[in-house]
Ligand binder design. Structure first.
Ligand code: CTP
Ligand code: MG
Length: 377
């Protein structure tokens, strides 16, 4: 027998609400798919590994699997079924059995892969891992519920699911409609599906909290997310100056839509970048008329709301201002207290001049550079 593994990783992860597809979301220092590929590289029972990824992510998938031999990267489809089909089409000749695995179950122990393949070796045509259902179950009809479900007779299905390749291909060829997994396709074609013990560690990353759980299990939860961003504004003496969340009477202002507060803008950009949520333009650009002319603290509040949805929080922020004026020293404490209150974490401010050089040296504009450090809740 010659076994192949297909890892389906082409979903968007809509329930994760990230700007990246689920398989490319960071867990600690690496994208999710990295951990799946590494785990597969430690398992010696396959001859070929197929990674099915979203369109446009083929190159990064190749890069993160370049240290593993016999890997094929292919583009997935609109549905999980279509992605599985792409994977099946990419299998090299000679493969007799296939294990289909959700990338989102990155922590599935290799013992479970062994159990599934062992069953195929002893002649099973279709094999699924499942785990006991721990919660009491009811059927729900609107606001009414009905009990009496014997959960001892139920199992929650996981992956990898193993198949005789020829029979699976035939089953897919004659299948009509959408199936939630590949075993269901085999069942519809009349095959018996054998069950083996799964493992709770093979839970599927679905919601943001699942990322926190996976990072904890991987020991990656202590790694902070860090980004640096800068903002530059030109001086405009007809405007009042708003900087670092404070008004500075008598000082020339900064131009720009909103209040021109380059310090808050740099902080917002650094936070968005650290969270992989894009940048100021993504959220507050000209395509978002509801933010036209908004105070920069509105941007900050909105950004903190986005972090909350991703179960992230700001650990600290540091900002350096490069300008001839205003003199920051006398109001540094006040600015730090104000910004720390707005951000909900310590914000420190420093300032320097550029020794007369460049646009800051000529007094044409002001530059703010922010570093944001985030952590998972
Ligand atoms: N999958 C895929 N192609 C699709 C849809 C899903 O390869 N068109 C993969 C996912 O990448 C995942 C597995 O199938 O590894 C299980 O799907 P699910 O957990 O539902 O992932 P998503 O569909 O990405 O998430 P969501 O349903 O929240 O959008
Ligand atoms: Mg899905």
């Amino acid at each position: 027998m010659t076994a192949a593994v297909i890892v389906v990783a082409a979903g968007s992860g809509s329930r994760l609400a990230s700007s990246l597809p689920k398989a490319f979301v960071s867990l600690g220092r690496q994208p999710l798919l990295h951990y799946v590929v590494n785990r597969m590289s430690e398992w010696t029972r396959w001859a070929s590994l197929v990674l099915v990824v979203p369109e446009g992510y083929e190159a990064p998938a190749r890069a993160l699997s370049s240290h593993v031999d016999s890997v094929h990267v292919v583009t997935g489809g609109e549905t999980r079924g279509a992605s599985v089909q792409s994977g099946l089409d990419a299998l090299p000749a000679g493969v007799t059995h296939v294990l289909i695995h959700d990338a989102a179950r990155l922590l599935m122990p290799l013992e479970v892969f062994d159990r599934v393949l062992d069953e195929l070796e002893t002649g099973a045509k279709a094999v699924i891992p499942h785990i006991p259902v721990v919660d009491t179950l009811v059927t729900v009809n609107g606001s009414s519920t009905q009990g009496d479900i014997n959960r001892d007779a139920l199992g929650a299905v996981q992956t990898p699911q193993g198949f005789d390749l020829e029979l699976l291909r035939q089953a897919y060829a004659s299948a009509a409609g959408e199936f939630t997994d590949d075993a269901a396709v085999m069942r519809s074609a009349g095959y018996d599906v054998v069950g083996v013990a799964g493992d709770p560690r093979g839970f599927k990353i679905t919601y943001p909290d699942d990322l926190v759980r996976a990072e904890t299990l991987l020991g990656e939860n202590s790694v902070p997310l860090v980004a640096v961003a800068m903002d530059i504004h030109q001086f405009d003496s007809t405007e009042p100056l708003w900087l670092a969340g404070l008004e500075w009477p008598g000082e020339p202002g900064l131009s720009g839509h909103s209040d021109g507060d380059a310090v808050v803008h740099a902080i917002v950009d650094a936070i968005l970048e650290a969270a992989s949520l894009g940048d100021l333009g993504t959220h507050f650009g000209t395509l978002r008329p509801e933010f036209a002319g908004a105070k920069s603290r509105v941007f900050l509040e909105h950004t903190l709301g986005l972090l909350e949805e991703k179960s992230l929080q700001v650990s600290s922020v540091a900002v350096q201002i490069v300008a001839n004026a205003p003199k920051i020293g006398p109001r540094r404490e006040e600015a730090q207290v104000t910004l720390s209150g707005l951000v909900g974490a310590p914000v420190s401010i420093s300032a320097t001049t550029s020794d007369g050089l460049g646009f800051t040296g000529r007094g044409e504009g002001l530059l703010a550079i922010a570093t944001a450090v985030l952590r998972r809740k």
